[in-house]
Ligand binder design. Structure first.
Ligand code: ZN
Length: 153
């Protein structure tokens, strides 16, 4: 079992949730039939995320990822792939904006139930160098959704 010494102290309950996703990532692997793939890298920490989305019309019908890096980056993208599936592209964009606001210390966003378990990462805003880790998967999502207009549906 890998020991992650790089996880900032966010409180034990949140820490557990983050480590659970880090150790047992959800939706990890290539997504069969994905029509959008975005690869992103955070050179500061060495995190990597390759995000696979299946977009059908204006719906996110599938999401998965491959990646490596710190617990914050991998837990964030793992939770994100769970959250956005079944949402519209517009809603996924809205969630990305809310999550980004939360990571910049917006208390309203941190209280937004729509973000679900991802609120466990709210405390990361106190650790500026880790904000990029938490946002990596979401930046990939925003980029993937930008290109969704080209796919047609
Ligand atoms: Zn990182």
């Amino acid at each position: 079992m890998a020991v992650d010494r790089s996880t900032p102290n966010l409180g034990s309950l949140y820490q557990e949730l983050i480590l659970d996703h880090f150790r047992r990532p959800r939706n990890r692997g290539v997504l069969p039939g994905a029509n959008t793939v975005v690869h992103m890298h955070n050179p500061v920490c060495g995190d990597e995320v390759k995000l696979y989305l299946h977009l059908e019309g204006d719906q996110v019908t599938g999401a998965s990822f491959e990646g490596q890096g710190c617990s914050i980056s991998q837990a964030s993208v793992s939770m994100m792939t769970q959250l956005v599936q079944g949402h519209s592209v517009d809603e996924a964009r809205r969630l990305a904006a809310r999550f980004t606001a939360m990571l910049h210390g917006d208390a309203d966003a941190a209280a937004d139930r729509a973000l679900g378990d991802l609120r466990a990462l709210a405390g990361v805003h106190q650790f500026p160098v880790r904000v990029k880790c938490a946002l990596l998967g979401w930046n990939a999502l925003e980029k993937a959704l930008e290109s969704s207009a080209d796919i047609g549906g």
